[in-house]
Design a binder for this molecule. Structure first.
Ligand code: AP5
Length: 210
């Protein structure tokens, strides 16, 4: 099955992608994680992407499309995959079509901007392995330390409040039109994000079958 997770920054795409991946046994492709890893290692891709990411702007379409094209050609994607954070523009959605990719379901996670601002202010990420935590909803066992690799937890640069507002503006202007694109194809399903992660997951898994 080929699935897209759409939604504003902080709507819970990464969280739900993990759940679906465990449920269906297919990999998650997070363009945000791919780009952050490229920034961390200082690769040419990371050097190109860093400034846009730090400011909450989208990385140019052709850069991200190249990342996805290479990734979905890998062996572990043969049975399907979950795209988390791609496509984010209509041009990116059209590029997927041009690659001959047939998407089975697009899950659009709907969460109010104010809820998102509250959620992202509590997120912490590991500077070593990139694992994601939350001060209220998913706290690490030891304060400020990653459960998985023992490195320090930090605030993601684009989670600073002013940058979160910029990311929300970019989402409303550039990504929301992607919903209409997939609605016209009959594959879009909208899910209201719930306060508890597991309540959202139950709705997401149901929407995959509907
Ligand atoms: P990316 O990493 O994709 O960031 P994003 O879309 O802004 O998404 P987030 O990771 O912030 O949120 P999420 O929806 O995954 O939510 P999460 O599950 O973490 O992209 C980063 C940047 O890369 C972009 O700004 C852009 O520059 C670039 N980029 C990436 N893809 C691109 C593309 N296709 N084109 C161009 N540029 C691209 O949840 C958020 C937090 O809330 C967590 O801490 C979670 O624990 C907590 N939480 C609390 N309650 C709940 C609940 N009920 N449900 C879910 N989570 C909850």
């Amino acid at each position: 099955m080929k699935i897209i997770l759409l939604g504003a920054p902080g709507a819970g795409k990464g969280t739900q992608a993990e759940v679906i991946s465990g449920h269906l046994g297919i990999p998650t492709i997070s363009t945000g994680n791919c780009l952050r890893e490229a920034v961390r290692t200082g690769s040419p891709l990371g050097i190109k992407a860093k400034e846009d990411m730090d400011r909450g702007r989208l990385v140019p379409d052709e850069v991200v499309i190249g990342v996805v094209k290479d990734r979905i050609a890998m062996d572990d994607c043969k049975k399907g995959y979950i795209l988390d954070g791609f496509p984010r523009t209509v041009a990116q959605a059209q590029a997927l079509d041009a690659m001959g990719v047939e998407i089975d379901r697009v899950i659009d996670l709907e969460v109010a901007d104010e809820t998102i601002k509250r959620r992202l202010s509590g997120r912490r990420v590991c500077e070593g392995c990139g694992a994601s935590y939350h001060l209220d909803y998913k706290a690490p066992k030891r304060e400020g330390i990653c459960d998985l690799c023992g490195k320090a937890l930090v605030i993601r640069k684009d989670d600073e409040p002013a940058t979160v507002q910029d990311r929300l503006n970019v989402y409303h202007q550039q990504t929301e039109p992607v919903k209409a694109y997939y609605s016209a194809k009959g594959v879009l399903r909208q899910v209201e994000g719930q306060e508890k992660v597991e309540d959202t997951s139950a709705l997401v898994l149901k929407a995959l079958e509907a």
